[in-house]
Every structure is written in structure tokens, then in C-alpha cells.
Ligand binder design. Structure first.
Ligand SMILES: [Zn+2]
Ligand SMILES: [Zn+2]
Length: 290
């Protein structure tokens, strides 16, 4: 049985709202992203990990084309393509990309993938609207290269259900990290997989919100989202950045213990929600949301 951590949400003391430090911290990744590659692997049934060490990306074989959740930084497109091909799929079959929220690290490769493979891109209507009002909200200046927002072909509403091949994806608005971040739920191999597309708290800072012309009540919104998401019984918790569900620790365990699958189980989702709640309360207590 897997003994490692199930979820990790960084404590409030490590939050840093300044863009420059964010950029410096990722310098090596921007200069040589291949060093941060992760060998793609099957999580369960038709569900695969095709992300890297910094950003989770999940591929689902819908039986009628490939569905990708998030498409990473713009300078990692070649790594996404390699991962898809290494699993034995063809990028030509990439039909849909669901972007979990309107930040550049989640949609960065979208335009290039769409241009090459003609895939359709989805993002929440809320985040799309917020970016139309002010594209700075996508935090593109935190990235290494000048870039533009990857505009979706179709926007998503709370409660909407997408039928993609044999897979039904339920979209649930779960604001906090951004006002339009969504959680997505779908069945794969008889289990319910779920992902909350953003739980980082840096973007909850009151000053951060004011700088981007956003109302500074994101922390409250996040607490409400935690309660909303507690209603779900998720058997496979998928991360948005690897620490969120401890993707890399679970992968290491899988490699050392063939036949065991630490991605399966209802605990990870619950632990993640408990941790988010704990950290948001701590964040509010420290007054970072003011
Ligand atoms: Zn984000
Ligand atoms: Zn992110």
C-alpha cells in the first residue's frame, strides 16, 4: 500500500505575490525545459499523464479522439507532443483541449496545438470574459516569452456536460485561484476521476487582485468552492500542478511497486480539500486577503 503523501498545498508563509521572484525561480525550466520532462504513463484505463515536473496534463482516449486537460507552458509544446506519441497515440487525433483556468501556464501551448492538429479548445466563460476585459490577468508577464491569450473556441458554464467520444465531462465552476477556475469530473474505467483546476493561493492576495482590477474576495470564494466540491466522491484525484495530488511521489511508488496504483482511492480528494480549507483560513487570518 502506498505510504506517501496524498496532497500538498503550500503554507501561507511561502506565498510570494511578486512576479519577478516567480520568474527567477523558474529560470532553469524556461532555459532547458527538457530537463523537467516526465516519462508519460498510464494512470488508469484510458487516462494518462502527459505533463512535466511543473505542470500536470492529462490525456484521455475517448474512443473517438484524444482529450487533453491543460496544455502547459508555451515552450513545452514539443514535450507534450513527444509524450502523446510515446504512449503510442498520434497527435493528429488530438481533438479537444480543456483549459482548467485562464493562466498562461495552463493554456500556453494551446494555439500551437490547435494550429497543427485542429483541436477545439474549451475554457470557462467566466475566465474568458475576465481575460477579454484585461489580458494581464493571464499572468503572461510571468512567463519567459511574449505571448497572447489562447482564446477558447467554446466557453464553459457551471454544470455543463460535454460529451467527447464515449466520455462525459461534467464542468463545475469552483472559483478561488481565479474567478473562473473549474473542476472537471468524468468516469474512466468504472471510476470517477476529478480535478480541481487551480488551488494556488498566491493569486488570492488582496494586493494582487487590486493590481489586476479584480474584487479582493477570492479567499471567500475559495472556501465556498471547497464546500461545493466536498459533495463529490472522487476516486482518482488528478492534479493541476504535480504537488497538488503528489503526482510525482505516486509515480515513483508505482515504478517501485508494480501492480500497485496509488492514484486510486477516495482519500486524496478529501485530503486536498481539507488542506485547501486549512491554508485559506490561515491566509485570511494573516490578513493576506486584505
Ligand atoms: Zn493559475
Ligand atoms: Zn498554474
Amino acid at each position: 500500500m502506498y505510504q506517501g503523501p496524498q496532497a500538498y498545498i503550500p503554507p501561507a508563509s511561502s506565498y510570494d505575490p511578486t512576479a519577478q521572484r516567480f520568474k527567477r525561480g523558474k529560470k532553469e525550466f524556461y532555459e532547458d525545459p527538457d530537463r523537467f520532462a516526465v516519462e508519460p504513463f498510464k494512470i488508469w484505463d484510458d487516462l494518462y499523464y502527459v505533463g512535466d515536473q511543473l505542470l500536470c496534463m492529462h490525456l484521455v482516449d475517448t474512443g473517438d479522439g484524444l482529450l487533453l486537460f491543460d496544455c502547459g507552458y508555451g515552450h513545452t509544446t514539443h514535450m507534450i507532443e513527444q509524450s502523446i506519441e510515446k504512449l503510442g497515440f498520434s497527435c493528429q487525433d488530438l481533438r479537444w483541449i480543456i483549459v482548467t483556468h485562464g493562466h498562461f501556464d495552463h493554456f500556453g501551448s494551446g494555439d500551437e496545438l490547435r494550429r497543427k492538429y485542429g483541436c477545439k479548445i474549451f475554457m470557462s466563460a467566466v475566465d474568458t470574459q475576465l481575460l477579454r476585459e484585461d489580458p494581464r490577468r493571464a499572468l503572461m508577464d510571468h512567463g519567459p516569452h511574449p505571448m497572447e491569450v489562447c482564446w477558447p473556441d467554446e466557453t464553459l458554464e457551471d454544470g455543463q456536460i460535454l460529451q467527447l467520444g464515449k466520455v462525459q465531462v461534467r464542468c463545475v465552476l469552483a472559483p478561488g485561484h481565479t474567478y473562473g477556475v473549474m473542476a472537471f469530473f468524468f468516469e474512466v474505467g468504472g471510476k470517477l476521476a476529478g480535478t480541481w483546476g487551480g488551488t494556488g493561493m498566491t493569486s488570492l492576495h488582496g494586493q494582487w487582485c487590486r493590481d489586476l482590477g479584480l474584487p479582493a474576495n477570492k479567499a471567500n470564494a475559495m472556501l465556498q468552492s471547497v464546500n461545493k466540491l466536498r459533495r463529490e466522491t472522487v476516486q482518482i484525484n488528478l492534479g493541476n500542478h504535480p504537488p497538488q495530488n503528489c503526482t510525482l511521489e505516486k509515480l515513483a511508488w508505482m515504478q517501485e511497486h508494480p501492480g500497485e496504483n496509488p492514484f486510486l482511492g477516495e482519500e486524496s480528494w478529501k485530503i486536498m480539500l481539507d488542506l485547501v480549507e486549512e491554508q485559506v483560513l490561515d491566509f485570511m487570518e494573516k490578513g493576506y486577503d486584505k
